[in-house]
Design a protein around this ligand. Structure first.
Ligand code: SAH
Length: 380
């Protein structure tokens, strides 16, 4: 694999490992995971990508003005709010990058004001583009600082004329002074307001605010491994915790008796319900709840759960979640983790509570960055 370079590699800080060849990156991650996790069990060989570039299906671009008053767009410099202009990112989907550049030009020609974080003045804050890897559908979200978006019709018409591949355009309002990119309110300016993509043969709806894995090819590898490790017999009751739009639970539903799915984000749960309907899945139920609170309730009711699949954010599983999991005492747990340190912390707690680590499988979902995803199979 030919090694690519990026002119803003140092300033941006998004790709911490770009100075290494991809093979060296994988070796570094392998070594780190072995050091951190081999005390719990054997760490399998990390699964890398054949082509580790342009894999991100979701891209964000921050809009700002530089010292000379010129509109710039790109990525926030690490630990700061200064925008580093980025025109061709090596991680981002290339269709999306081109669309963002077009939007930058349109903003200039429409003489729109970009938002100034210090003064709170100006309109355009960010642009987000999400693409469906298999479907080819494209969502553009324009995030503004106020609910009024003058000449939005003409703006969208001009954008669609240049990019007929766009299937939906959404205006998102973020009035708060925050580092969160998206606000809560979405107005659909064109199309359905969401895109659909397929994963492991099932269709999934992706809304602007819903979590969806950013590396679609590796996600299929990841989910395939989860199913392989769980080795379902057809009779299991499965809990899918931190479920996002219900992807893992829905894929598992084909091989088990029943799936219970819990997720905190209401928009993701709404998507999950629509996804189950679209795929005609009837043996899954969705709950919008904090995973820890929900687990406690299941434990108190004395529910029977055979397998728990848990895929928490970087902060790991909450203590409440784990304590209730031990009361439910499932035979198998498949832990999908994007935070190796919290994974190590949680594995130690599992060990104290009678669980054995059977397999640790790292997957490179975030090539060129120092993030590593792991799947761990635990049995009681
Ligand atoms: N399993 C999904 C999503 C994993 S990301 C997938 O593979 O696509 C983690 C998810 O946990 C996010 O959707 C986030 O909204 C959710 N989450 C974060 N804190 C939570 C909590 N306390 N309880 C339940 N879900 C939570």
């Amino acid at each position: 694999m030919e090694k690519k370079t990026c002119p803003v590699y140092k300033k941006c800080g998004g790709c911490q490992l770009l100075h290494l060849s991809y093979q060296e990156q994988l070796a570094k991650k392998q070594k780190e995971m072995s050091k951190l996790l081999s005390g719990f069990g054997k760490v399998e060989k990390i699964i890398g990508m054949e082509n580790p570039y342009y894999y991100r299906n979701k891209i964000h671009s921050a809009f700002s003005v530089d010292r000379k008053g010129k509109v710039v767009n790109g990525i926030y410099e690490e630990n700061s709010h200064k925008v580093v202009p980025v025109s061709a990112c090596l991680l981002e989907n290339q269709v999306g990058s081109t669309i963002v550049s077009t939007i930058g030009e349109l903003i200039k020609s429409f003489k729109m004001k970009v938002y100034n974080e210090d003064s709170g003045y100006g309109l355009i804050r960010h642009v987000m583009v999400r693409t469906g890897y298999h479907s080819g559908e494209v969502m553009v979200v324009i995030i503004t600082a106020s609910p009024i978006f003058p000449s939005k019709r003409n703006f969208v018409d001009a954008l669609l004329k240049k990019h007929p591949e766009i299937t939906t355009v959404i205006h998102n309002v973020n009035e708060r002074h925050t580092s969160m990119v998206l606000g809560k309110t979405n107005h659909v300016l064109y199309g359905k307001g969401y895109i659909t993509d397929t994963l492991c043969g099932m269709k999934f709806r992706i809304s602007p605010n819903s979590f969806y894995q950013v590396n679609p090819l590796q996600t299929e590898v990841l989910y395939g491994k989860v199913m392989e490790f769980a080795k379902f017999s057809g009779k299991e009751i499965v809990l899918d915790a931190y479920a996002g739009t219900g992807t893992i639970g829905m894929i598992a539903s084909q091989y088990v008796e029943r799936v219970i799915s819990v997720e905190l984000n209401s928009e993701a749960v709404r998507d999950a319900i629509a996804n189950a309907k679209e795929n005609q899945i009837r043996n899954i139920s969705f709950y919008k709840q904090d995973a820890g609170v929900f687990m406690t309730m299941l434990a108190e009711k004395g529910e029977k759960v055979d397998v728990v699949i848990t895929d928490p954010p970087r902060s790991g599983c909450s203590r409440e979640f784990l304590d209730s999991l031990f009361r439910l005492a499932p035979k198998k747990v498949v832990y999908v983790s994007c935070g190796p340190d919290t994974l190590a912390r949680d594995l130690a707690i599992f060990k104290k509570n009678g669980y054995k680590v059977k397999i640790i499988q790292p997957v490179d979902m975030f090539c060129h960055t120092n993030h590593v995803e792991n799947i761990v199979l635990l049995t009681r």
